[in-house]
Design a protein around this ligand. Structure first.
Ligand SMILES: [Mg+2]
Length: 363
C-alpha cells in the first residue's frame, strides 16, 4: 500500500526542490485559474489534487510504489493566477509517454478535478523538468493559433470573400477526403484560391488583423534570456512568419513560399517550386535539424502547437505541449495546457516567478 502523505510537513520544505536530476519522480505543474491566495488554495485543495495524482501514479504498482511530497520553492504568483510545482517521488523513473498514458487512463477523474477546481495540471518526469531548468535548449513553435491568434489562410480568404471555399477544403482535408488526403494537396488547392490577392494584404494583415498571442512576447524573452534558441515552424506563409519572428526576436522562421506576380502585385495562387513545404513531417525534420545544427540533444527541446500537423514535432521534442489545441490534438499530444498566456509554458521548464521577472526586466 502507498503510505499516507504527511500533509503537515510540506511547509518546512519550501527550498528542497533541487534534487538529484536522476531522482525518480514526476513534477506536476498546477495552474490555478481562479484568483485566490496560494495559502487559501492550498488549505482548501491540496489534499484533492495530490490524492488524485497519487491515484493516477500509484495505480501502476500499488505494492511497491512509495510516495512523498515536497512543496517546492516555486510557490508564487503566476502571470494570470498562481502556479505550483509539486514533486512526487516514484519508485522508478517514468517517461513522458508513460506519464501521458497514466493520465489518459484516469482522464475522467483528472478532467473532473480540473474543471471543479478551475485548474490545469501538467505532469512530466522530474529528470526532464530538471534538464530544461538547468540547460538551455531549443524551443519551436507553430504559428497560426499558437504564436498568433489567427489562422492566416482563413484571414486571407476572408479578405477576398472566398472564406467558405477555403474552409470547405480545410474540412475535407481534415476528414481525409480525396483529393486532399495529404497536406500538400490541400495546401495547393487552398493557395490556388488566393490567386489575385494583392500583396499589400500582408501589410494590411500585420496592421489590422494579426495579433500575437498573449504571453508570446514574454515567453520568447524569457527563453532568450536563459540562452534558448527559438524558431517558428509554420504551415502558413513566409511574409507573416518572418514578421512574427522579427517581432518576437526568434532565431529561425520556416513557412511556405507563395509566388507573387511583380507586374500586378498580386499572388499567383501557387507555391514557389523547389522551396520547402512545411507539413507535419517537415516540422519534425526541422526540429531535428535545428537541434543538430545547435548541438542540442533532442531531449533539450520543447515544441508548442495546436494542430494535428504539429503532433509529430510535439511527440519528438523533449517536451511537446499542445497549447489551447483542438481536442483531438490535446488527447494525442504528450502534454496539453489550456490557458490565457503562452508565458505559462515557462513554468514547465523550471522557471520561477523570480526568473521570469528578472528576464522581463532585462534588455
Ligand atoms: Mg496552428
Amino acid at each position: 500500500m502507498a503510505r499516507e502523505f504527511r500533509f503537515g510537513d510540506w511547509r518546512k520544505n519550501l527550498n528542497s526542490f533541487r534534487l538529484d536530476a536522476n531522482a525518480p519522480g514526476v513534477v506536476a505543474t498546477i495552474y490555478f485559474k481562479k484568483p485566490q491566495t496560494i495559502s487559501q488554495w492550498l488549505d482548501a485543495n491540496d489534499r484533492t489534487v495530490v490524492a488524485t495524482l497519487t491515484g493516477v501514479f500509484v495505480s501502476q504498482d500499488p505494492e511497491t510504489t512509495t510516495w512523498d511530497q515536497q512543496w517546492p520553492d516555486h510557490i508564487r504568483s503566476g502571470p494570470l493566477g498562481s502556479v505550483v510545482n509539486i514533486y512526487l517521488p516514484t519508485s522508478s523513473a517514468a517517461t513522458l509517454a508513460e506519464c501521458h498514458d497514466l493520465l489518459a487512463a484516469h482522464s475522467i477523474a483528472l478532467e473532473t478535478l480540473q474543471s471543479e477546481l478551475e485548474l490545469e495540471v501538467v505532469v512530466q518526469p522530474y529528470s526532464l523538468f530538471a534538464t530544461h531548468r538547468d540547460s538551455p535548449g531549443l524551443a519551436v513553435f507553430d504559428m497560426d493559433s499558437t504564436l498568433i491568434q489567427q489562422e492566416v489562410i482563413d484571414e486571407l480568404a476572408r479578405a477576398i470573400g472566398r472564406y467558405d471555399e477555403v474552409a470547405a477544403i480545410t474540412e475535407a482535408a481534415m476528414r481525409g477526403e480525396a483529393p486532399y488526403t495529404d497536406f500538400e494537396a490541400s495546401l495547393r488547392a487552398r493557395v490556388a484560391l488566393l490567386k489575385g490577392v494583392p500583396i499589400s494584404i500582408w501589410e494590411d494583415m500585420k496592421r489590422d488583423v494579426i495579433t500575437l498571442t498573449p504571453g508570446a512576447r514574454e515567453l520568447v524573452k524569457v527563453l532568450r534570456a536563459r540562452g534558448w534558441k527559438t524558431a517558428v515552424l509554420s504551415g502558413g506563409f513566409t511574409p507573416l512568419a518572418t514578421w512574427v519572428a522579427a517581432e518576437l526576436g526568434l532565431d529561425y522562421a520556416f513557412a511556405n513560399h507563395l509566388v507573387e506576380d511583380p507586374e500586378s502585385k498580386t499572388l499567383k495562387g501557387e507555391l514557389v517550386e523547389g522551396k520547402l513545404i512545411v507539413h507535419a513531417q517537415k516540422k519534425l525534420d526541422l526540429l531535428r535539424q535545428l537541434a543538430g545544427d545547435n548541438d542540442i540533444p533532442i531531449e533539450r527541446t520543447i515544441a508548442v502547437g495546436d494542430g494535428s500537423n504539429d503532433l509529430l514535432m510535439l511527440g519528438a521534442a523533449g517536451l511537446g505541449v499542445a497549447f489551447n489545441a483542438k481536442s483531438k490534438v490535446q488527447k494525442a499530444a504528450p502534454t496539453k495546457l489550456n490557458g490565457d498566456s503562452l508565458l505559462d509554458i515557462a513554468y514547465l521548464i523550471g522557471c520561477t516567478r523570480r526568473d521570469i521577472d528578472a528576464a522581463l526586466a532585462g534588455p
